[in-house]
Design a binder for this molecule. Structure first.
Ligand SMILES: [Zn+2]
Ligand SMILES: [Zn+2]
Length: 440
């Protein structure tokens, strides 16, 4: 049965916290000191704040010495020297000379996440271009609103780029931030995050999972999802829109309540709750897992975490539990429309050298018989939910759906772990799809 992959699934036992994740102080080019900035944001009633000065990592001890006024201070940092990116939760100073992709690889390994900042800044609206956003992998999201750009060239919004990425199946979360340099330009954008662990780590974890919405003034009261049915209520909204691929309006309601059955054909849906004086709240996207077998892109397993190459590991001796813990680097398959759509390129890990790489992914299924369809170019072992389901040689090149076999999916989240021998360094990567015949 078709369903929505919904980041707000199962919100129980937690609480919603509000905060801004992009702020500058006198440590870099802001006007207020660290303590004045904390006081300003505590005054807004925010629950958390990230201080993200450019190129200067604020000493964690220095942050601990601030009177946080009860706000949670999330470690943050902004890297310039290219399209700006903000990283959170990693406690890392990253050189501006690094390529953006190097940053997107390094930060998740340190436990953090990266947000592409103000993509539509500048006269050509191209601080981060759509080509770059498509090419890059491993960033958690982008600023769909940046308050600092209100009086600058370009747009403070980046909704069209967001819709283009979402339509290509990319899991990119939308953030609203102040990018505050000046108290007169603060309190404009924030994020409302659902946490079960009221700490910086708990906030970073929820942000990674998309358990938040972005706001410039509207508060969402509830988001209810059942199958393809969504009901959304926002306290101070005058109008709620449902947006699907690529930016198309699926539904609209005047007032503070919208109910919608999302069409199977919509690749995703997201909601914009519009209030007075341009205030808005944006939910994260929910992706449609449709019935239509023709929509094969939806069944690609294309979001993986990959290990570095294990030079002296032998495929015969792999311990799947240990191997899973080594899979820390996010790797995204080629997007919808790409000539190698769904292909997971492991060449950066393999570096044309002998060894073994591990890949891990999770995905949701309804319980029952399904088919794994694979194409790969090196010897491979596969575990589904901890049980080995396949072991075989690989041949060059990887061909889509070349190897197919039946498996039993369990209800809800399923996990696949793959160990792949690099075949002396000749391996490029793999295609993988998980299907339930007649269903998705
Ligand atoms: Zn910036
Ligand atoms: Zn900034």
């Amino acid at each position: 049965m078709a369903y929505l992959e919904n980041p707000y699934d199962g919100l129980v036992g937690g609480t919603w916290l509000r905060g801004n994740l992009h702020t500058h102080t006198t440590v870099s080019d802001g006007q207020l000191s660290l303590q004045q900035t904390v006081n300003l944001y505590a005054g807004f009633g925010h629950d958390f704040l990230a201080l993200t000065d450019h190129e200067i990592l604020i000493d964690p001890a220095g942050i601990a010495a601030l009177d946080s006024r009860g706000m949670i201070l999330v470690p943050g940092y902004e890297v310039a020297g290219g399209p700006h990116v903000v990283h959170l939760g990693a406690h890392q100073r990253l050189a501006p000379t690094l390529s953006r992709q190097e940053i997107f690889n390094a930060v998740p390994q340190a436990g953090g996440l990266v947000i592409v900042a103000h993509p539509d800044w500048l006269g050509q609206f191209d601080h981060a271009t759509i080509e770059q956003l498509r090419e890059w992998t491993g960033y958690a999201g982008m600023e769909i609103y940046n308050g600092g750009i209100e009086e600058e060239d370009g747009s403070c919004y980046a909704l069209s780029k967001w819709d283009m990425l979402l339509a290509a199946g990319r899991r990119v979360w939308g953030f609203a931030n102040d990018d505050c340099h000046n108290p007169a330009k603060s309190g404009r954008g924030w994020n409302v995050v659902y946490v079960t662990d009221r700490s910086a780590e708990g906030i970073v974890d929820a942000l990674k999972k998309g358990r938040f919405y972005a706001s410039t003034g509207v508060t969402i009261r509830s988001i209810q999802v059942e199958g393809l049915q969504v009901r959304i209520e926002a306290e101070d909204a005058d109008r709620i829109l449902a947006i699907g691929a690529t930016g198309k309006r699926l539904a609209m309601a005047d007032g503070n309540l919208l109910e919608l059955r999302v069409p199977d054909s919509a690749r995703y849906v997201r909601f914009e709750c519009l209030g007075r004086r341009q205030a808005a709240a944006w939910t994260q996207p929910m992706f449609v897992h449709a019935d239509a077998k023709s929509m094969k892109a939806l069944s690609f397993l294309d979001t993986w975490n990959v290990s570095p190459r294990m030079a002296d590991s032998d495929l015969a001796d792999v311990d799947p539990v240990k191997a899973a813990t080594r899979c820390t680097m996010p790797v995204q398959g080629r997007p919808f429309g790409h000539i190698l759509e769904g292909f997971v390129d492991l060449r950066p890990q393999i570096e044309a050298q002998p060894g073994v790489v591990f890949l891990r992914t999770t995905f949701r299924k309804t319980a029952g018989r399904g088919i794994l369809k694979l194409g790969y170019d090196g010897p491979i072992r596969i575990w589904l939910n901890g049980k080995e389901v396949f072991h075989g040689p690989g041949t060059n090149p990887a061909v889509l759906d070349k190897m197919q076999f039946f498996v039993d999916f369990r209800e809800g989240e399923n996990e696949i772990l793959i160990a792949m021998n690099s075949n002396g360094g000749k391996v490029w990567g793999l295609f993988a799809r998980a299907e339930t015949p007649g269903r998705d």
